[in-house]
Ligand binder design. Sequence first.
Ligand SMILES: NC(=O)c1ccc[n+]([C@@H]2O[C@H](COP(=O)([O-])OP(=O)(O)OC[C@H]3O[C@@H](n4cnc5c(N)ncnc54)[C@H](OP(=O)(O)O)[C@@H]3O)[C@@H](O)[C@H]2O)c1
Length: 401
Amino acid sequence: MATQRSSRALRLALRQASAPRVQQRTFVSAVNAASRPAVKQTAVSSFVQQTRGAKTVDFAGDKEKVYERDDWPRDKLLEYFKNDTLALIGYGSQGHGQGLNLRDNGLNVIVGVRKDGASWKEAEQDGWVPGTNLFDIDEAIGKGTIIMNLLSDAAQSSTWPHIKPQLTKGKTLYFSHGFSPVFKKQTGVEVPTDIDVILVAPKGSGRTVRTLFREGRGINSSFAVFQDVTGKADEKAQALGVAIGSGYLYKTTFEKEVYSDLYGERGCLMGGIHGMFLAQYEVLREKGHSPSEAFNETVEEATQSLYPLIGANGMDYMYAACSTTARRGAIDWSKKFKDTLKPVFEELYDSVKTGKETQRTMEYAGRKDYREAFEKEMEEIREMEIWRAGKAVRSLRPENA
Ligand SMILES: NC(=O)c1ccc[n+]([C@@H]2O[C@H](COP(=O)([O-])OP(=O)(O)OC[C@H]3O[C@@H](n4cnc5c(N)ncnc54)[C@H](OP(=O)(O)O)[C@@H]3O)[C@@H](O)[C@H]2O)c1
């Protein structure tokens, strides 16, 4: 369905994305830039208002405050955390991204991981020095005033009986996911009642948290307060959000964060989209189309041409940038897909909210053969015809040839 117009638009979008000035873009200018190529231009001032540092943004009629990096310049961050030691526990994807960004921002941050684990070596490779700013978990918690629990969600639960007694009055407990405290019945993570408990959840992988920071940009994150005993939990979460590399932050609750996150990744972000790819591909193959044709029409054109355009400019732009034939059919069929899929999404949301998804995750992560079982599933996916065809298609991209 690719059109000359959409390829031109893609080149323009990619040029915009790689232009150096993108590094100075704020959220507001990004919103403005994103709306620029669309049919209708909206003046920034009509939907953004400055209110005491934070901005109120009109998200489709719903006014929300957003907090930007500009609200917490580096000097203000250094002053705010001058008496704190940020003890970052766990050094997986988020530990790596958040930890290095905090360190580059000049804050007093230490890492706590188990000495015999893979993370210890990775932290050393990233320049954390044993005995100086790299410790085992207990020692780091002992030294920290703000304990950033970035262990895997399963490990947050299994280590909790050991960690909880060390979270003494005056410390702050930080998460990047509402999972452990919200599903406390399953995880056992019942937080002490005399400490602040906050969350900053980057909307992307820890690797992206790091790369966007290094590019002078920032990831979008949500923040939330679970428990505020000092009266400062809200501003502490905002400040930490900026310190770990967020470009802008929106406020949520622990419950909403975890429900939307588990729902999203099982839906449009991964599970749902994988299901759509498989269903479309299988029908094309059953109707006699070749693997290369089926893959190109299902995945390659989506990820390489159309999805980046939707991301840059929205769905109306995408419909406007394709042929009349494609537009008519896509708009008509979108309604049928929505109506057919909505009950599935409702079922999914309920499964998340009732803790069924959590139960399944905990059982899965708690299996002794977890890594082998996961690898077996990945092998099955790798060996599916669609993804083997995809490997061949990707090898033909000029940059990979
Ligand atoms: N990854 C993402 O894209 C993402 C995005 C937003 C929020 N989050 C949230 O951020 C948090 C951290 O996620 P992540 O993906 O960065 O973590 P992860 O890769 O799942 O795990 C991180 C750490 O957990 C440690 N660990 C695992 N089992 C342990 C145990 N039994 N005892 C002690 N340490 C153990 C690992 O240490 P070893 O190397 O020693 O095993 C590793 O340092 C989670 O709450 C997650 O939901 C993640």
